[in-house]
Design a protein around this ligand. Structure first.
Ligand code: ARG
Length: 462
C-alpha cells in the first residue's frame, strides 16, 4: 500500500467505502502539473530557509522536473495510478525518485494551501485556450456581420416585429456581450493571480520562506495577506463560474435566436450539416442540435455557479473538506464554456443565409411605422401626435391587410395631410436602416465599422 501523507495517529485504516467516497484523485489529477510547479517553488523556499540541503533540493528539482515532463507528455498520471489525491500522488512519485527529500518537502506546508494554489495555477493555465476561443468567436461574428451588413431582417422587441435591422447588426450585439465576457475573464484571472503559498494549514509558515520570491517564480502577481483567508478562499472559483455562466448564457440567447431564424417558419439561416443532427424516425429532419446544446449547457453552467456559492455559504474558517467539492463543477464549467465558444464559432462560420426569405420578412410595412412617424416629425408634427396618426394608419392597414405605401394618393392625403405621398412611398427597410447611421446604429456603414472594430479588439491581447 502506497504511503499516505498522514496516518500516524490512526490505529485503523479508513473504511473501504469511506476511502472511495473521500478520494479526489479521480478528478483532481488534472491539477498534477500545477502541484508539481507549486512543490518546486516550496522546495526552493525551504532550501533558502536552510530546511533543505543543496543536494536535497537538487534531488527534488530533478524528480519534480521528470514528473513535469511526464505530465506534459501525458504519461503521468499513469492510467493505473491510484492515490488519495493529487498531492499524495506527487508525494508518492517523489518518494520513488528523490527518496527521503520528498518527506522533507512536506515541511511547513499543507494540502490546504497546496490545493488553493493548484486551483489558481490551473485556471491561469487555461488562459491561452480561452483567449483563442474568444478571439475565434469574435472573428466569426465579425466576419458574419461584415458579409451580412446589408441583409435586412425584422428586429424584434417582445418577439414582435419592431424595426428593420440587419443580420450583421444582430450578430454584433452578441459580439459586444462576448467582449464584456472576455474582459470579465481577464479581470477574474488578474484577481486570482495571488499566491497562497506559505499559508500552511491555516496559520502561516514558521520557516521564514521568501513568499514573494515563490510567487514570482510561479508568475503570480501578489501574495495573499492572511493565511486563514488564503486557505479558505474560493471567491476566485465562484468568480470564474460566473464568467463561464454568463458567457454560456449569452451563447444560449444567441442560440435561441438562431434556432428561431433557422426554423422553417423564419427560414433566414441555413445551418450547415456539420452542426446539425438527424432524427432516427423522421427522415426529413435536420435539427439544430449544436445550438440546442449551447442553450442546454447554459443550465449546467448556471447550476455549477450556484453549487460553488452554496458550497461556500456558511463554511467556518478556515479549510474544510467540503471544499473538495469545488473541483468537479469548476472543471466541468471550464470545459463546457470553452467548448461552447468553439462550437458557436463553427456554427457561425458555416451558416448560410437565405437572402430572399430575409427580404420577404423585412418587407413587412409595419416595420416602417416609426419611420413614418419620423417623417411627420420632420414636417413639424410633435412626435406624440405623429404616433397617434400613424397608429391609425397601421390599424387600417392591418384591417385591410394592405401596404399603406400602396394606398391611393387621396387616402394618404386624408390620413397624413402633412406629407407628400412620394415621401411615404419612398419608405423602405433599406432606407430605414440607412438612416440609423450614428454610432451603434443599424446602418450598413455602422455595422461594417463595428465589425472592423470587433475584429481589431479580437486580436488585442491585454
Ligand atoms: N483533496 C482535498 C481538496 O480537494 C485536498 C485538500 C486538503 N485535504 C485535507 N484533508 N486537509 O480539497
Amino acid at each position: 500500500m502506497a504511503e499516505k501523507l498522514w496516518g500516524g495517529r490512526f490505529t485503523r485504516p479508513p473504511a473501504e467505502d469511506f476511502e472511495k467516497y473521500a478520494e479526489s484523485f479521480s478528478f483532481d489529477r488534472r491539477l498534477a502539473a500545477a502541484e508539481v510547479r507549486g512543490s518546486l517553488a516550496h522546495a526552493r523556499q525551504l532550501a533558502a530557509a536552510g530546511v533543505l540541503s543543496a543536494a536535497e533540493l537538487r534531488a527534488l528539482e530533478a524528480g519534480l522536473g521528470r514528473l513535469a515532463a511526464a505530465i506534459a507528455a501525458g504519461t503521468e498520471p499513469a492510467p493505473g495510478a491510484a492515490a488519495e489525491d493529487v498531492h499524495t500522488f506527487v508525494f508518492q512519485r517523489l518518494l520513488e525518485s528523490a527518496g527521503e527529500a520528498a518527506r522533507k518537502l512536506q515541511t511547513g506546508r499543507s494540502r490546504n494551501e497546496q490545493v488553493a494554489l493548484d486551483l489558481r495555477l490551473y485556471i491561469l493555465d487555461q488562459a491561452p485556450a480561452w483567449e483563442q476561443a474568444f478571439t475565434g468567436l469574435l472573428n466569426a461574428w465579425a466576419d458574419f456581420a461584415e458579409r451580412h451588413a446589408e441583409i435586412i431582417i425584422p428586429g424584434f422587441t417582445h418577439l414582435q416585429r419592431a424595426q428593420p435591422i440587419s443580420l450583421g447588426h444582430h450578430a454584433l450585439a452578441y459580439a459586444e456581450m462576448l467582449l464584456r465576457d472576455r474582459e470579465r475573464w481577464r479581470q477574474g484571472l488578474h484577481r486570482l493571480a495571488v499566491s497562497p503559498l506559505g499559508s500552511g494549514a491555516l496559520a502561516g509558515m514558521p520557516f521564514a520562506g521568501d513568499r514573494e520570491a515563490a510567487a514570482r517564480e510561479l508568475r503570480l502577481a501578489a501574495i495573499s495577506q492572511n493565511s486563514l483567508d488564503a486557505v479558505g478562499d474560493r471567491d476566485f472559483v465562484a468568480e470564474i463560474h460566473f464568467v463561464a455562466a454568463l458567457t454560456g448564457l449569452h451563447l444560449s440567447r444567441w442560440a435561441e435566436d438562431w434556432i428561431l431564424y433557422s426554423s422553417s417558419e423564419f427560414g433566414w439561416l441555413r445551418l450547415d450539416d456539420a452542426y446539425t443532427s438527424g432524427s432516427s424516425l423522421m427522415p426529413q429532419k435536420k435539427n439544430p442540435d449544436a445550438l440546442e446544446l449551447l442553450r442546454g449547457k447554459s443550465a449546467r453552467l448556471t447550476g455549477n455557479l450556484m453549487q460553488s456559492l452554496m458550497l461556500l455559504k456558511g463554511l467556518p474558517l478556515a479549510y474544510n473538506r467540503d471544499l473538495q467539492e469545488d473541483k468537479a463543477p469548476l472543471f466541468d464549467s471550464l470545459d463546457a464554456a470553452l467548448a461552447g465558444l468553439r462550437i458557436a464559432a463553427g456554427v457561425t462560420a458555416t451558416a448560410g443565409v437565405d437572402a430572399a426569405r430575409c427580404a420577404a420578412a423585412a418587407g413587412d410595412p409595419v416595420l416602417l411605422a416609426t419611420d413614418l412617424a419620423d417623417l411627420l416629425v420632420a414636417a413639424g408634427v410633435p412626435f406624440h401626435t405623429a404616433h397617434a396618426q400613424v397608429g391609425q394608419v397601421m390599424s387600417q392597414a392591418a384591417a385591410q391587410d394592405s401596404d399603406f405605401r400602396q394606398w391611393p394618393e387621396a387616402e394618404l392625403q386624408r390620413l397624413l395631410p402633412q406629407l407628400a405621398p412620394d415621401k411615404i412611398r419612398a419608405l423602405s427597410p433599406a432606407a430605414s436602416v440607412a438612416r440609423r447611421d450614428g454610432p451603434g446604429g443599424a446602418a450598413p456603414n455602422q455595422v461594417r465599422w463595428q465589425a472592423a472594430r470587433v475584429r481589431k479588439l479580437a486580436a488585442a491581447v491585454t
